[in-house]
Design a protein around this ligand. Sequence first.
Ligand code: PLP
Length: 226
Amino acid sequence: MTDIARNLAAIRARIAEACARANRDPAGVGLVAVSKTHPAEAVVAALAAGQTVFGENRVQEAQQKFPPLRADHPALRLHLIGALQTNKARDAVRVADVIASLDRPKLAAALADAMKKEGRAPGLLVQVNTGDEPQKAGVPRAEADSFIRACRDEHGLTISGLMCIPPAEGDPRPHFAFLANLAAKYGLATLSMGMSADFEIAIAEGATLVRVGTAIFGHRDYPAPA
Ligand SMILES: *Cc1c(COP(=O)(O)O)cnc(C)c1O
């Protein structure tokens, strides 16, 4: 068994335990294995251990790593979870199955256009900057309602859920709860929240997807931009 297989088994067990504590069906919590900065070999090791859903921050890195793996692994699903530049929208639509960082009107327009041109419709999650942190991607809290409605009504996009990254310091729970309430208000089924340090709390607050990198693949040698 590789370290990655062992780590995945441990994370799956912790997800199951967190679900049991929260009286939730573990089938309702998906694991996104965040492979950013790690080589394709690490993804292959995770695939061999039964993991099919992966997360990457950067379009270019995703383009290099994932398309070559899809032929042998048709079940593979890629979530783009990093801040997305408008001029990368078309590449993102081509490479991703889910884009989890929709956070501004210009990007909504660019994605709508790219989806039409590519004839491909990745799932879309609106990222909310629940801590209103200036350095962080995501729509500000106060604009989240109007942005979700604009995506639907003005850009004709189907939003499947919400994503957040709470501030590194402090209790993430109120951030997860805010996101869960907002999703419920709009009937959005997918809640992508919780990382290596806090995914069990996120599950208690209703996460349907947890994004775990370090606890599966180990520490990253160089930081990926958020
Ligand atoms: C890197 C990253 C993760 C994974 O973080 P870990 O702490 O390594 O588990 C999850 N979500 C996003 C958006 C990330 O950029």
